[in-house]
Design a binder for this molecule. Structure first.
Ligand SMILES: NC(=O)c1ccc[n+]([C@@H]2O[C@H](COP(=O)([O-])OP(=O)(O)OC[C@H]3O[C@@H](n4cnc5c(N)ncnc54)[C@H](OP(=O)(O)O)[C@@H]3O)[C@@H](O)[C@H]2O)c1
Length: 244
């Protein structure tokens, strides 16, 4: 028996990087997976690779900042698979690495909208369906920067700090429904997002920290998805090896 057999998961930002690795792993563990992102080519490829490997998945074009997209994503998942058990709020961006004085208000807003409001919209739309199942898991992909911050990270760090607070508030609101809400902090992972700016490359930012590939995040993502119905909630789980 596979550990996620009979479960349905939505993974936002499943087109590449960490989200793609989690979507593939959940499908390999038996879940039916909605692979969501804004652009179709990458999520089509993720869903096709899952089906080719014998799993169940579909690609869903959805911008997590657009309420109608998020509601349609949830609706399509329920229509296809009969419900939702797991939401992974993974879609995220880091758009401006300048200090506050030189930063751009448009990029600030877009970062908060994607990383925080997007996760809020996804959770809000999924909650009625998780409740209907009698249990569920919400996994927020956070960041160590949301706990500690760093110069040049204001929008990103504030969005992730908000996400950590959203995690704790939701966990309290949903505890009696057996819906656990936890944060997963990946630490530095080699992805498109972490490679764009050499000045802010993983090496420059993290020195000797454990530098991961997306698949290294999978064991913790599986652990959180497979905890008992009345399992840990309101917790932050980090894959980092040192603080700072
Ligand atoms: N990589 C790291 O070192 C690291 C460290 C700590 C935390 N994280 C967090 O881990 C998560 C994944 O990061 P990653 O490095 O795997 O990033 P990535 O490779 O850039 O992938 C991001 C995914 O999110 C999607 N996305 C972006 N904006 C979206 C939106 N508005 N609506 C829907 N989907 C959207 C992207 O697809 P489209 O562009 O097609 O929409 C893509 O599929 C993020 O929340 C990030 O903050 C990453």
């Amino acid at each position: 028996m596979q550990s996620l057999s009979g479960k349905t998961a939505i993974v936002t930002g499943a087109g590449r990087g960490i989200g793609q690795a989690i979507a593939r792993a959940y499908a390999a563990a038996g879940a039916s997976v909605c692979c969501a992102a804004r652009s179709s080519a990458e999520i089509d490829a993720t869903a096709a690779a899952i089906r080719q490997a014998g799993g169940q998945a579909f690609a869903c074009c959805a911008d997590v900042t657009v309420e109608a997209d998020v509601n349609a994503m949830v609706q399509q998942t329920v229509e296809r698979y009969g419900g939702i058990d797991i939401l992974v709020a993974n879609a995220g961006v880091d758009l401006d690495q300048r200090n506050v004085q030189d930063s751009d208000i448009g990029l600030w807003r877009a970062t908060i909208e994607t990383n925080l409001t997007g996760a809020y919209l996804c959770a809000r739309a999924a909650i009625p369906h998780l409740r209907r199942r009698g249990a569920g898991k919400i996994i927020m992909i956070g960041s160590g920067l949301g706990h500690r911050g760093r110069p040049g990270s204001a929008a990103y760090a504030c969005s992730k700090a908000g996400l950590w607070m959203l995690t704790r508030v939701l966990a309290q609101e949903l505890a009696d429904d057996n819906i656990s809400v936890n944060e997963l902090i990946p630490g530095p992972v080699q992805t498109a997002a972490s490679s764009v700016d050499p000045q802010h490359s993983v090496a420059a930012q993290y020195g000797s920290e454990w530098r991961k590939q997306p698949d290294d995040v999978v064991p913790l993502a599986l652990f959180l998805a497979t905890q008992p119905d009345r399992g840990p909630t309101a917790q932050s789980y980090s894959l980092m090896r040192r603080d700072g």
